[in-house]
Design a protein around this ligand. Structure first.
Ligand code: FE2
Length: 259
């Protein structure tokens, strides 16, 4: 389907699997410019970091943790945030410590900001994270709101929130894309969360965590979800959730932003 859709670039927001290396291997073979941030489910739960390290090795330059992505797309810069985040402020899993060392909150902020400083000012900056930043609301239905336990609260990443504040001193990130907090809320009935917002400085935030990403509609049609964004003249012009049929045609679209 990806070859049919043929986007200019593909972003993976993490929680690819529970350490299944076949997924990382398949992603490594995608011939389209791709950036990946690994999620809390990708850390392997082995304590040693071996499974996490193996995924990172397979992904190679597609893994953009704490880095400016090296993809050869001259119209967009992608900076990765902290890998394997579980949201909720700041916490480093043992496997992340094994692979990346003891990274403090300040060091994590510095790495994200430093990567953003390497990005050319002439093209838009996109930040790719597993969990979104703090500051997007404290309701369960907020973009990064805790919905699985009461009380609801802002479950965003503190280091990413601080990093975006600091990046804003020298440029405005155009878009922040993340996953982790699923669209379907766990508590409060059949409700879904808000998945897009734009702050007063003009940065857009997109939660792409539609789970499961594949399903069947009431007509029996197999569907696959992608969050879709488009840029023109350095600005975000379109953001939507799209559900594609097996033949790559669009079955449903939820428009989030169109300008
Ligand atoms: Fe997650």
């Amino acid at each position: 389907m990806l070859s049919d859709l043929n986007p200019d670039g593909i972003l993976f927001v993490g929680d690819l699997s529970d350490g299944d290396l076949r997924i990382a291997k398949a992603i490594s073979k995608i011939p389209i410019p791709t950036s990946v941030i690994l999620g809390n489910h990708d850390r392997g739960h082995d304590g040693s970091g071996d499974i996490l390290r193996a995924q990172i090795d397979l992904l190679g330059e597609k893994n953009c943790s704490w880095n400016l992505c090296k993809w050869k797309l001259n119209e967009l810069s992608v900076v990765g945030a902290r890998p394997c985040s579980a949201g909720g402020g700041f916490f480093l899993a043992p496997e992340v410590r094994e692979v990346y060392g003891e990274v403090s909150l300040d060091e994590s902020v510095l790495r994200i900001v430093s990567a953003a400083k390497l990005a050319p000012l002439a093209i838009p900056l996109l930040i790719l994270a597993h969990s979104g930043p703090v500051g997007l609301g404290s309701e369960s239905s907020s973009l990064c709101g805790r919905d699985w336990k009461l009380p609801s609260m802002d479950w965003g990443d503190k280091d990413l929130g601080i990093a975006i504040d600091r990046i804003r001193k020298f440029r405005i990130p155009e878009l922040v894309v993340f996953g982790h907090t699923h669209h379907q809320l766990r508590i409060g009935g059949n409700r879904t969360r808000k998945t897009f917002t734009r702050d007063i400085w003009g940065t857009s935030y997109l939660n792409a965590a539609c789970v499961p990403r594949r399903g069947i509609d009431s007509a029996g049609e197999n569907l696959c979800h992608f969050s879709w964004v488009e840029f023109s003249s350095g600005k975000l012009t379109h953001a939507s959730h799209r559900w594609f049929r097996n033949d790559s045609s669009i079955a449903y679209e939820e428009m989030l932003f169109n300008q």
